[in-house]
Design a protein around this ligand. Structure first.
Ligand code: MF3
Ligand code: CO
Ligand code: CO
Length: 276
């Protein structure tokens, strides 16, 4: 008997509150994610001391619009810009502004496009010029934690398995995993089921990922404590202790044989990359 089919039969339908995508939908997801990855490759070339995060936002907005697509973040729940730029102790959802990036900063750029109604979502943390050993080590652990999480994602695994792998990787190296924000199912909506926590919450032990599920993994890892707070602007999430935070995000499609990374870039770091 085929184990996968037995599992499929016993998973109660109420535990799957997310769409299972077939071949035609996968083509749409691949197209949206591929476009988003090109956008990320374009942004990567622009990162250098002196550029403002507002300029990065404008370049991204122009690129998306000139290709006939839509910036998912602009106006999403009132978010004022087209991308998120999170510098140093900003964990996520940083709002692009007129402040220049400085040598030694780390900046996460999170870009999300809508292509023919389908979402592509990914982020990378970049070095601005030469950065400290602490910043480089944090960025390496965060990048590796994403890929450890992707490797842990198998057909019929639970979201708990992914979180456990990520947290083991980060905590064993002395870092902490942000608990208040998580990855998410994605498709014709920005954020949908299943939630993909990066920290193993007991309540998620039965949340199964079946073939046809599309979701993001996007761990945020801190040098200090995992706690965060939101600035009065209502968006900018920072570490409570002011320590550095890094993040990487990929969009994943679960095939019957394992995870397919939909947001692979041409020029960005690939699995196993060593940041220098
Ligand atoms: N791109 C983010 C994510 O990975 C969400 C940003 S929502 C925004 O889920 F409103 F802040 F843009
Ligand atoms: Co996301
Ligand atoms: Co994102």
């Amino acid at each position: 008997m085929n184990l996968a089919r037995i599992r499929e039969a016993i998973i109660p339908s109420f535990s799957r509150k997310y769409p299972i995508y077939g071949d035609q939908e996968l083509q749409m997801l691949r197209k949206a994610s591929a476009f988003n990855s090109q956008l990320m490759d374009m942004i990567r070339d622009q990162i250098s001391p002196g550029i403002t995060t507002g300029k990065l936002d404008q370049l991204a907005a122009d690129y998306i619009r000139s290709h006939g697509h839509t910036a998912a973040c602009l106006g999403y729940k009132g978010f004022p810009k087209s991308i998120c730029t999170s510098v140093n102790d900003v964990v996520c959802h940083g709002i692009p502004d007129d402040i220049e990036l400085h040598e030694g900063d780390i900046v996460n750029v999170d870009v999300t496009s809508i292509v023919d109604g389908w979402y592509g979502d990914q982020s990378e943390t970049f070095f601005v010029g030469k950065v400290s050993d602490e910043a480089r080590a944090l960025t390496q652990v965060t990048f590796d934690a994403l890929h450890v999480g992707i490797q842990a994602a198998r057909p019929y695994c639970t979201v708990y398995d992914i979180a456990k792998a990520i947290t083991r990787h980060a905590e064993s190296r002395g870092y902490s995993v942000v608990r208040s924000y998580q990855g998410h199912g994605i498709g014709t909506e920005f954020h949908q089921q299943p939630g993909i926590p990066h920290y193993p919450h007991d309540s998620t032990r039965k949340n199964i990922i079946v073939p046809g599920c599309c979701f993001t993994i996007e761990p945020m890892i801190n040098i200090g404590i995992p706690d965060t707070f939101i600035e009065p602007d209502g968006w900018t999430v920072k570490t409570k202790d002011g320590s550095l935070s890094a993040q990487f995000e990929h969009q994943i499609f679960m095939t019957k044989d394992g995870p397919e990374i939909l947001t692979q870039t041409q020029n960005g770091p690939q699995e196993g990359h060593c940041f220098k």
